[in-house]
Write a protein that binds this ligand. Structure first.
Ligand code: HEM
Length: 403
């Protein structure tokens, strides 16, 4: 162990301490979904204390996680219960609890509903084709840069209405927020993103358009409009959620397919299978690690939680839990109903999941139509950047034969 007993607060029993660093565990370096779950599901308690990064609990098992995420009275999303989530502006609806949460969630829910998102399919497909037609003749690409950072991010930028010229700056702010171990760096990213969006929002108040930013300026909580902080906080969350997660999950999904030609071939041969195979691919490609703060002292499943404790949920682990999935490391397109919680659980379940699923399905449909085979250049191992709030492959060099 590379920590001192003195790092562990008095209320934590030794039996619940496990040597796992959320930012630096070696298992995060390659295929973190399989490697971290192998480690934690064989050796760690279901809920354990990690002494690193200021010390916090980690929930390793699906059943406990889903149950805890459904109890906001004990495990709260409010910043006042978790000093690691002290951001200005407060991000909404993700940093709120019931009952105010429902009011903040409603306007975004309408705009990102399955019906609203379905209307985007034609444009998303046309954009997927544009990228594929550009890449195919080249015989190779670096997927994270050429697709991950282009396809979902451009779709989100168009939807939000933010100018494309700012995309690099916005992606780098999202990256800083998502992957910096230091809270001050994450706070800085949120503050700067808030300032940027505040200007965009002011412009939408005077010149409304049909974009997400305008929708936020027109949203109401009950019968009052959102105030400036609430608008900013809602947009900051949307940008942080929209600019990184799909790129990261999609890049893991394409890693899995490129590493397993027989699975890729099945999708080429039978495109009707894509919609169900996608759930198995997503089960193996979760990326997000949300948090909660403990509201008061209590014991839960033998764990002595104390007011102000920080609790991290590694959502990629829950579909990899051998108590819910047989042989979880195996990719099996014939599983009747792959179970996963990569979009979270409880009241804060991801609002962007319909958009994310649409983007993934459309790209897989168009990609398999065009590329009869694909593989990883020199079969090299794919390095991942674990740690932080969202896992991602660092780079994915793909190659294919051009007919
Ligand atoms: C594969 C892609 C994605 C993954 C894996 C993902 C994952 C998650 C997770 C785990 C949560 C729950 C957080 C918590 O419990 O604190 C969440 C919430 C949220 N996500 Fe996503 N997300 C994805 C894509 C998106 C996209 C594209 C958007 C927006 C365009 C989005 C918007 C949101 C919002 C607004 C919330 C907060 C919901 C609430 O607080 O009620 N997500 N996401």
């Amino acid at each position: 162990m590379s920590f001192e007993a003195a790092d562990i607060p008095a209320h934590i029993p030794k039996s619940l301490v496990f040597d796992y660093d959320l930012f630096r565990a070696p298992e995060l370096g390659h295929d973190p979904q399989r490697e971290v779950s192998r480690l934690l599901h064989s050796k760690a308690p279901d809920v354990f204390y990690s002494p690193y990064n200021g010390g916090h609990w980690i929930v390793a098992r699906a059943e406990a996680a889903v149950d805890m995420l459904r109890q906001p009275d004990k495990f709260s999303s409010l910043p006042e219960h978790n000093k690691h989530r002290d951001f200005k502006p407060r991000m909404l609806p993700i940093q709120s609890d019931p009952p105010e949460h429902a009011a903040y969630r409603k306007p975004l829910g309408e705009r990102l509903s399955p019906e609203a998102v379905r209307l985007l399919e034609k444009d998303i497909r046309a954009f997927a084709r544009e990228i594929i037609d550009d890449l195919y003749p080249k015989g190779r690409c670096e997927f994270v840069q050429d697709v991950g950072l282009r396809y979902p991010i451009t779709i989100f930028m168009r939807l939000s209405g933010a100018p494309m010229k700012d995309v690099k700056m916005l992606v780098s702010m999202a990256d800083k927020y998502t992957r910096s171990p230091e809270l001050v760096d994450r706070q800085d990213a949120v503050r700067r993103l808030g300032q940027y969006l505040n200007n965009e929002l002011r412009e939408r108040v005077t010149c409304p358009r049909g974009d997400l930013l305008t929708m936020v300026t027109q949203s109401k909580i009950g019968d009052r409009p959102l105030n400036d902080d609430e608008r900013e906080g809602m947009c900051v969350l949307l940008f942080l959620a929209g600019l990184d997660t799909v790129k990261s999950a999609l890049s893991f999904i394409f890693t899995r397919l490129a590493q397993s030609p027989e699975h890729y071939q099945r999708l080429v041969d039978d495109p009707a299978r894509i919609e169900t195979a996608m759930e198995e691919l997503m089960r193996l490609s979760g990326v997000s690690q949300p948090e909660r703060g403990v509201t008061h002292d209590f014991e839960y499943r033998g764990v002595p939680f104390k007011k102000g404790d920080r609790v991290v949920f590694i959502t990629p682990l829950y579909g990899m839990d051998d108590r819910v999935t047989d042989d979880p490391s195996k990719m099996d397109f014939d599983r009747p109903m792959p179970k996963h919680w990569i979009f979270g659980a409880g009241t804060h379940r991801c609002l962007g999941s319909h958009l994310a699923r649409l983007e993934i399905r459309v790209l897989l449909e168009e990609w398999t139509k065009t590329f009869p085979t694909m593989g990883i250049e020199n079969n090299q191992a794919i390095e991942a950047e674990g740690g932080g709030l969202v896992w991602t492959p660092k780079a994915l060099p793909l190659v294919w034969k051009v007919a």
